[in-house]
Design a protein around this ligand. Structure first.
Ligand SMILES: [Zn+2]
Ligand SMILES: [Zn+2]
Length: 421
């Protein structure tokens, strides 16, 4: 596992981290609007979980090199098919549209093939639908996602468009993140002609719904035209309000559970089935498929009526949970911006993960001696790391971390006092 070499130029994905204030402000506006018109689409716990996963997906590049980048560089030098010119905006526009078609294929495979679903599922676990859901992104998409864009090399898209700094794939990935951000809202209805050409709030709501008639529909990235062409389009029906989430809910806020549950189920099915052909079929099957000798034991997939995972937590825990999310965001921004010795970014990623996992336990009302011990250790390690990153980071992070932790202890003391009085 190597540290990514990112120095010397601004990676377009770093721009996404720079857009953090824009994202947070938009979320604040959507939340206030919802409160004002009596249709609040946020739950703090769910939003914290989504934003934690989003931060971790951005920081993921600190700890692993992109597999795709290496393959692209090799393909660029090995393929003799270059026939296009990079001159003029027309070539870039056509390449952008073709790239969007590859995105469609990649996204469709991400829903219809278990191995790819295991990575993409993270984006779909939220049981709410709001701007924070947009930022809920996988951390393991880099493993196989690049495969779907390699055909571009074979139809003559110039290597310069694919592998250089500011290349098409980076521009597209940046653009699709920004574009898809605004469609994750319940406050915008159908948009007339727009629904025929572009991905919209209405048609993307269908994509996130777990209703039987909405499953595996509307895979488009920027253009919805591909779904209309390839028969995967479904309009949002007034008679069928969207119910969000996945058909096998994870019922946890933990990033580890979010990342790993489909991989774990996949390995478990491959281990338990007695049929060798089924064993080989599992990773390439539809996510709903199971080996025939395991089907009887499986739980029903869509139990109705559906109830959201929603443990009720005290106001103190919610405040501490929010502080932990702020710390995760600060670590991400500090590590992206810091001019320090290479290597600290990986520690920042580890710290973000620790905060995320511990925060998930906090927001699920978990408590034990072990939990308190890790809380103290976490506080010490976090303060030491913040001091290493920069004085400014330390001055913000240390007081926040202290407030977040001490507040919970104060609450526990009060609970004990109440219980004994
Ligand atoms: Zn999807
Ligand atoms: Zn989405």
């Amino acid at each position: 596992m190597g540290i990514a070499h990112r120095r010397g130029y601004t990676h377009p994905m770093d721009l996404i981290a720079l857009a953090v204030p824009f994202f947070l402000l938009s979320i604040a506006i959507e939340w206030s609007w919802g409160r004002w018109c009596g249709r609040d689409t946020y739950r703090l716990t769910d939003a914290v979980s989504s934003l934690t996963l989003g931060g971790l997906s951005q920081a993921r590049r600190f700890v692993a090199l992109g597999v795709g980048g290496a393959v692209y560089a090799w393909l660029a030098s090995a393929t003799p098919f270059t026939t296009w010119t990079t001159e003029g905006w027309q070539a870039w526009l056509i390449a952008f549209v073709l790239y969007d078609l590859c995105y469609y294929c990649s996204h469709r495979a991400g829903h219809e093939v278990k191995l790819f679903w295991a990575a993409h599922v993270v984006h779909h676990q939220s049981e709410d639908y709001n701007l924070s859901t947009a930022l809920r992104q996988t951390s393991s998409g880099f493993l196989f996602g690049w495969i779907f864009y390699t055909p571009l090399f074979f139809i003559g898209v110039p290597a310069e468009m694919m592998v250089t700094v500011g290349a098409l794939n980076l521009i597209y990935q940046f653009w699709v993140h920004i574009y898809q951000f605004w469609v994750h809202t319940e406050h915008v209805g159908e948009l007339g002609w727009f629904e025929y050409v572009f991905v919209s709030p209405s048609n993307h709501r269908v994509h996130h719904a777990r209703n039987a008639c909405y499953l595996d529909r509307n895979y488009g990235g920027v253009f919805i035209v591909w779904d209309r062409l390839f028969g995967s389009y479904q309009r949002e029906l007034p008679s069928e309000p969207c119910v969000y989430g996945i058909t096998k809910p994870i019922r946890s806020w933990s990033p580890l559970e979010a990342w790993l549950h489909v991989y774990r189920d996949m390995v478990s099915d491959m281990w338990r089935t007695r049929s060798w052909s089924d064993r080989l079929r599992v990773p390439f099957s539809h996510p709903a498929w199971q080996p025939s000798d395991l089907v009887a034991a499986a739980e029903p997939v869509t139990g109705e009526p559906f109830e959201k995972y929603d443990p009720q937590v005290s106001r103190v825990r919610k405040t501490s949970g929010t502080i932990n999310l702020i710390l995760i965001t600060l670590l991400l921004v500090a590590a992206q911006q810091s001019q320090l010795v290479q290597g600290y970014e990986a520690y920042a990623w580890g710290m973000m993960l620790w905060l995320g996992v511990s925060n998930a336990a906090l927001l699920s009302n978990y408590d034990s001696a072990w939990f308190r011990l890790q809380d103290v250790l976490k506080l010490l390690v976090l303060c030491a790391l913040a001091a290493q990153l920069s004085t400014a980071t330390a001055l913000v992070v240390i007081p926040l971390a202290l407030i977040g932790t001490l507040w919970q202890w104060f609450e526990r003391e009060q609970e004990v006092a109440r219980a004994t009085s």
